[in-house]
Design a protein around this ligand. Structure first.
Ligand code: MG
Length: 438
């Protein structure tokens, strides 16, 4: 039975630019985050792919290979606007179950659409509607399958403008030509482990039993992968934990908004470190504040799942700045921060626009975590990130903190003003279990 439809927009950012700017249509185009010769392309148009260019290629290299190629600076806000329009159009045809990334939607098939002929008709209808209502440059590869995993594999099998349906009867035959790395959930490390265990082809992967895959994965994810590959419908978002959070009762001298925000950032950095330690990604941040007069306020921010402290920092600052006006000057008593909507690492699909930045940032963050583990908690923290305004990797400032306690932060200047004199109580005695997000 067909249950899932995956839509992957082809060369998404480049296609949006071609839709917006007719002079770019039919031309090789690369999209770059900034206009500098050493910058790598974050997206390349279908025409540029045909000419052999690949994502990440440097501008200088692209010019050498394709003289006269159009170099376009990315306009994230335009891509987000198109993303919303595309989602709305798709939604008029079939329910969107999950936004996988800015250029990838997951839809649920029910009723008549679980039949192959009807599902194919639906997919063609979606393509026609997108071309008519958003623009003909927005082409997509649509995959249809018994579950999202196989639908996604199907959507990757034909590009551009693909339409591939994998029914139970097609498995494994129609998958046998693929490589192990073509499957979501098999990264370079997992591929190595599979090969070491004697699994080097899709036929061998398909023949391997659930217990064996579980053993190779070293977790229940292996059994789940087996289930998906065989057309099963085990839920994928199950992780060991549902959330990671910390709370803090503020000592009297920290019961002011500036100090409370600094404490929140410290709690956030601690939670993010645990998140990375557990190999998870979080898709939402919950912030809660209890005030001395007994009132309580909390807020949530959702985003594409990430492990990135800077991304969380940005979300926290936005939530904090957006708290009701009446509460802005009220004295806080307790603060808490929770990362939730957790996703196990191997199920994480890197955000297309952020993928390169994310790889660099992951290395940086694990270096920070190592320092903190070696020299004690909070040896290194994101000093500049405390400023509520700046969210740019260039502005990361690491500050050596002389004593492991909360410090007061100057929001305007975004740097440490003074260290608190009183030592904190031993251990985490003052922590309370934070409230669950709504
Ligand atoms: Mg795509």
């Amino acid at each position: 039975m067909l249950r899932a439809l995956a839509i992957d927009f082809n060369s998404y950012f480049a296609s949006v630019e071609q839709q917006e700017r007719p002079e770019l249509r039919g031309q090789p185009v690369i999209i770059v985050p900034v206009l500098a010769e050493t910058t790598g392309a974050i997206a390349i148009s279908i025409e540029a792919k045909v000419l052999g260019l690949q994502r990440n290629c440097r501008i200088a290299e692209a010019r050498r290979q394709v003289p006269g190629i159009a170099i376009v600076e990315a306009r994230p806000e335009v891509y987000i606007r198109y993303h919303r329009r595309l989602k709305d159009v798709v939604e008029t045809c079939v329910p969107v179950k999950k936004i996988q990334s800015i250029d990838e939607l997951e839809c649920a098939l029910t009723g008549d659409f679980t039949e192959p002929a009807r599902a194919l008709k639906l997919a063609r209808q979606i393509k026609v509607k997108i071309a008519r209502e958003v623009g003909p440059c927005l082409r997509s590869s649509i995959g249809i399958g018994p579950n999202w995993f196989l639908a996604k594999v199907a959507s990757d099998m034909q590009k551009p403008d693909g339409l591939v349906l994998l029914d139970e009867a097609d498995i494994p035959q129609k998958l046998l030509h693929l490589g192990l790395g073509d499957f979501c959930g098999i990264g370079p490390n997992m591929e190595k482990r599979l090969r070491a265990a004697g699994i080097g082809t899709v036929a061998q992967l398909y023949a391997a039993g659930s217990t064996r895959l579980r053993g190779i994965w070293g977790s229940v994810e292996g059994a789940r992968f087996h289930d998906w590959l065989h057309g099963g419908v085990q839920e994928r978002e199950e992780t060991r934990q549902q959330s990671i959070g910390h709370g803090h009762v503020l000592p009297p001298q920290l019961r002011n908004p500036e100090a409370a925000l600094a404490v929140l950032h410290r709690l956030l950095q601690k939670a993010a470190m645990r998140l990375r330690h557990d190999g998870c990604y979080a898709g939402a941040l919950h912030l809660s504040v209890k005030f001395r007069d007994g009132t309580h306020w909390s807020g949530d921010r959702h985003f594409n799942e990430t492990q990135d402290t800077l991304h969380f920092t940005h979300a926290l600052n936005e939530l904090w700045t957006g708290r009701p006006h009446a509460l802005q000057t009220r004295a806080p008593l307790q603060v808490g921060v929770i990362l939730h909507h957790l996703l196990a690492g191997q199920l994480h699909t890197p955000d297309l626009f952020e993928a390169d930045k994310e790889r660099t940032r992951t290395k940086l963050l694990s270096a920070v975590d190592n320092l903190n583990q070696t020299f004690g908690k909070n040896a290194v923290y994101f000093g500049g990130a405390h400023g509520a305004t700046a969210y740019a990797p260039m502005r990361i400032a690491f500050t050596r903190i002389p004593e492991p306690e909360i410090e007061e932060i100057d929001l305007q200047r975004g740097r440490r003003l003074k260290a608190k004199k009183t030592p904190p109580p031993p251990g985490d005695l003052d922590e309370f279990p934070p409230d669950e997000p709504q």
